[in-house]
Design a protein around this ligand. Structure first.
Ligand SMILES: N[C@@H](CCC(=O)N[C@@H](CS)C(=O)NCC(=O)O)C(=O)O
Length: 230
């Protein structure tokens, strides 16, 4: 195993965010995906969430803590502006994307219409016999979390309308700059990019439609993808 191991599924926007930070900083790593829900608990008994990054034998949880750690150990290129006001905006957008935008996408994913496709997508790598069982478990667990958070209790058309309005807000915030609040890519772009990228992954066709109606945001995602590919 290499010195740097990222534990998590590439279907998670938070794992995507960390992968892009690792690529930007040119850090070699190995990605290890979960074979079942118990893997996530084993990797991270504190919050029981992915991603987890193992760096020189030490495990760091939470995508934002992981990015803090990468910034400390691998400062180039920086993931935040040097300007304090710009930096604050980038941090706030990262936090809203992780804690707010994420739940709009979860509500879309686990809506009555999309839950079955979402569960199928996540359980696709499990052994064939276990797949239906795992799909039922995931629908109950992740759909239940989304309802517990609150967003999952809203009618799907309300979620969709609200999400469209938030994407419009992002277009305004982006303005005519290549990245949020500046010319350099920051952790805000990695977080929003991770949400947009995984939102397009299949089970939520409504999201593909929303993004195609906002070409400035689709171009932003393309820029993030281009800057973080190997
Ligand atoms: N704040 C955390 C959120 C991580 C998170 O919610 N991960 C989800 C995957 S998208 C997860 O592990 N869910 C499994 C569960 O809650 O059981 C971060 O930034 O890493």
């Amino acid at each position: 195993m290499s010195a740097t191991v990222l534990f998590g599924s590439p279907l998670s926007p938070f794992v995507d965010k960390v992968q892009r930070a690792l690529k930007l900083k040119k850090i070699e790593y190995e990605l290890v995906g979960p074979k079942g829900p118990s893997d996530i608990k084993r990797w991270n008994s504190q919050t029981r969430k992915m991603p987890v990054l193992e760096l020189n034998g030490e495990r760091v949880i939470d995508s934002s803590f992981i990015l803090d750690r990468l910034e400390r150990d691998f400062p180039e290129p920086p993931l935040l502006s040097r300007n304090p006001a710009t930096r604050a905006s980038q941090r706030l957008l990262e936090d809203w994307s992780d804690e707010g935008l994420y739940w709009y996408l979860m509500a879309l994913r686990w809506s009555e219409k999309n839950a079955s496709a979402s569960a199928k997508q996540i359980s696709a790598d499990a052994p064939a016999l276990l797949r239906p069982l795992l799909a039922r478990f995931l629908t109950r667990q992740l759909g239940g979390m989304t309802r517990a958070q609150g967003m999952g209790r809203l009618p799907a058309d309300v979620v969709l309308k609200q999400l469209g309005e938030r994407l419009d807000d992002l277009v305004v915030l982006l303005s005519d700059r290549p990245y949020f609040f500046g010319d350099q890519l920051s952790r805000a772009d990695l977080s929003v990019g991770g949400m947009l990228h995984t939102g397009l992954s299949g089970p939520t066709p409504e999201f593909n439609q929303l993004l195609s109606e906002r070409p400035a945001l689709a171009r932003h995602l393309e820029r993030v993808r281009e800057a973080t590919k190997r």
